[in-house]
Write a protein that binds this ligand. Structure first.
Ligand SMILES: [Zn+2]
Length: 277
């Protein structure tokens, strides 16, 4: 897999000897263990870092052994949002391994776990483009400002960046804003309660005129009941955006999608008209 260094990283990439020495020192302070099986990095082969991600430094290893990484291989699933019917594509079904990795990444600051998610979001975006056509922009589901400051990043925005090359579109993090804190949807028991909790929780910037590049894809980390994405889609559509699909790393309850080996990208072209606001 191609490795791309993030801009401005030259000073963070010392020579191999210095790098190995620094890593050894770091491991004395912060010993690395596989997020799923707990094996130390000396005990098993480590997962290959598949890509360099903006904001991560060279010592942010995947924190996943190669054996456990096979539990996160792409197995694309498709579903639809419950009310709008917008198609949803995910890299694989949501399972305990994926939930653990995402939780360690989001809530415990294990930043290197973004790397094993790269194939998942790429597979989801590729399937969405093949099945439903390309988009002009990728729009990550926004976090409430305070939560994003606490976490230090928006996981959906990182995933959108990781999948943007497959989509052929730019990522816009400023189109969608969460206007209030909504807590954890998973803690609510009914779909009605979850819909009510997120109703009106997003605001979107106005879309361009018809024919001016307003096809967007929404990106989230996990889609479970779909109510959060539904609220985001509703806010975007209300301001004139054409939401074509939703992609995520994991989807609960989707159908397996058979992707032909040669079925890479759609030959349909993105409307390259400039986006105006
Ligand atoms: Zn492991």
């Amino acid at each position: 897999m191609k490795k791309t260094r993030f801009p401005g990283a030259a000073w963070r990439a010392p020579g191999n000897i210095v790098r190995r020495s620094l890593r050894s020192l770091l491991e004395l302070v912060y010993p690395e263990h596989c997020a799923l099986c707990g094996a130390g990095r000396d005990e098993r082969p480590w997962c290959e870092a598949g890509a360099r991600i903006a904001g991560l430094t060279w010592y942010d290893e995947p924190h996943l052994c190669a054996e456990c990484a096979t539990d996160l291989e792409p197995a694309v699933v498709q579903g639809a949002l419950p009310q709008s019917g917008v198609p949803v594509f995910a890299g694989r079904p949501t399972g305990p391994e994926l939930v653990t990795v995402l939780s360690q990444w989001k809530y415990h600051g294990v930043r290197g776990l973004a790397w094993p998610l790269v194939p998942l979001i790429k597979a989801a975006v590729s399937a969405a483009v093949t099945q439903c056509g390309p988009v002009n922009l990728l729009v990550p589901v926004a976090l409430y400002g305070r939560r994003q400051r606490q976490r230090g990043f928006n996981q959906a925005a990182v995933l959108a960046q990781l999948g943007s090359a497959e989509a052929g579109g730019r990522v816009r993090v400023d189109l969608l804003r969460r206007t209030r804190s909504t807590g954890q949807q998973a803690k609510l028991n009914t779909e009605e309660a979850r819909l009510a909790n997120v109703a009106g929780a997003f605001a979107a910037r106005s879309g361009p005129e018809p024919g001016r590049g307003r096809r967007v894809g929404v990106v989230d980390d996990l889609v479970t009941g779909g109510t959060t994405c539904e609220a985001a889609v509703s806010a975007l559509r209300a301001r004139g955006w054409d939401v074509c699909w939703v992609v995520a790393a994991g989807l609960a309850g989707g159908q397996t999608l058979d992707i032909p080996e040669s079925g890479a990208k759609s030959d349909r072209q993105v409307d390259t008209a400039p986006v105006e606001f």
